[in-house]
Design a protein around this ligand. Structure first.
Ligand code: AMP
Ligand code: MG
Length: 405
């Protein structure tokens, strides 16, 4: 049997970051930055006021107090956006607004709360510290410095800094288009009536969501039957819009395991058993004129989900150009014993929580690879290594968090 790590390495070789292009800021949100970005401006671009108040010479106010306020002559107003600067001279002040440029001669800002708010003269009851409430040029970003690193996911604050330094576009990797296709003659679309022997199709809906959570664009294909010709036809139809194809079902050793039977013949897709539980039967390769990567996951819903998390999610994140492609792994103590076959890596569905400041994980009831109900209650996978067959209560285990990352 092939190891999980070897299989993952083989799959990641098929996943290369998609060619970047310049995206408008709104579209770049949530995409991955393809190059380091340096600022060509200072932030703030010039010294400006952090408060609504008065620009003064601090020397004039050295003795100001509640009991003995100092009165200054107000020479006018400077608003944000103003380019008309009024020189501050001894014994005088200017009224200044937040974000307005500091005029020559001014060395400190007195907030309006320390004054009587006067317009022609102002009475000030406290002495400012030199430089108080002045936001100096370059105190946030100095021109020429790195502001965004290649490989970061562009969340709101990263879009904000790009806009603040005047960039309207950013070089980003596009979201990989991932076609999700499930096979099986027994499968019926949710919302329709079931006939005897039929079940509702769930994998493609679940995996389309998982694709989005990984940062991909999901295209769900309505269930394809186990007919060889129809399956190949559906696959070929989808290739035009796929950076990656993910199928579920039809890869085990049954008599109607279409995916395996059809794709094996192409010679570019190989099928293997991977030493893991759940998710043993796995296939991967490339298809079509553009050598589009394809990953064939097992049909059992929990196997499909776990295999997606372990193999496909990192591929999508690699295609996105992200530096960090894996889910976070933490250590937790386990609340009930876990057994695992020697020679296989087990991914046990569990609920992780923080108790008294420490992670604690509880395996959910129902570890069968068809048990979606149990999966839906879980928020983590307990990873039991190949050489361990038993984990006792309170043992420390590695846990992969399935939540937001
Ligand atoms: P297969 O790998 O096609 O042999 O399927 C294994 C098991 O998973 C069978 O019980 C199937 O009915 C079930 N299964 C396969 N595909 C799906 C799907 N898309 N949705 C729900 N169950 C599925
Ligand atoms: Mg099937």
């Amino acid at each position: 049997m092939k190891s999980v790590d070897q299989h993952l390495a083989d799959l990641l070789r098929l996943a290369t970051p998609l060619r970047p292009f310049d995206m408008h800021l709104l579209d770049a949100h949530d995409a991955t930055l393809a190059q380091d970005i340096f600022s060509t401006v200072n932030l703030p671009p010039w010294d400006n006021s952090a408060m609504d108040g008065y620009g003064v010479q601090s020397d004039d106010l050295r003795n100001a107090s509640e009991a003995d306020p100092v009165e200054l002559i107000v020479d006018g107003d400077i608003a944000a956006g103003s380019s008309h600067l009024i020189q501050v001279v001894k014994g005088h002040a200017v009224r200044i607004m937040t974000g307005a440029p500091i005029p020559p001669g001014c060395d400190s800002i007195v907030p309006v709360e320390w004054t009587d708010g006067g317009i022609e003269t102002v009475s000030i009851t406290r002495a400012p510290v030199l430089g108080q409430h002045i936001r100096y040029k370059g105190s946030d970003i100095v021109s020429g410095t790195l502001i965004l690193e290649q490989g970061v996911r562009l969340h709101s604050a990263q879009i904000g800094i790009a806009a603040a330094v005047g960039l309207d576009r950013l070089p980003t990797h596009p979201h990989p288009r991932v076609v999700v296709l499930s096979t099986g003659d027994e499968l019926v679309e949710p919302g329709l009536l079931l006939s005897p022997g039929q079940i509702y199709e769930s994998n493609s809906w679940m995996l389309a969501g998982a694709v989005r959570e990984a940062g991909g664009l999901a295209f769900r294909v309505a269930t394809v039957s186990d007919d060889h010709v129809r399956f190949m036809q559906a696959l070929e139809d989808q290739l035009v819009r796929a950076d990656l194809v993910v199928t579920t079902g039809g890869v085990s050793k049954g008599a109607y395991d279409t995916v395996k039977e059809v794709l094996q013949r192409l010679g570019t897709v190989q099928f293997e058993t991977v030493a893991m539980q759940p998710g043993k039967p796995q296939g991967f390769g490339t298809i079509g004129p553009d050598d589009t990567p394809i990953v064939t996951l097992p049909g059992n819903p929990v196997s499909a989900y776990v295999s997606f998390e372990i193999f496909v999610r990192p591929m999508i994140r690699r295609m996105l150009g992200l530096k960090e492609i894996y889910r976070p792994i933490v250590r937790a103590s386990v609340r009930s014993p876990v057994s695992s076959p020697i020679g296989k890596r087990s991914f046990v569905r569990g609920v992780i929580e923080v108790v008294d400041g420490r992670y604690v994980v509880t395996p959910v009831d129902g570890q069968g690879s068809h048990m979606l109900g149990a999966l839906a209650r879980a928020n983590a996978l307990i990873v039991v290594p190949e050489d361990i067959d038993h984990v006792a209560i309170d043992d420390s285990v590695a846990v992969m968090m399935l939540g937001e990352a």
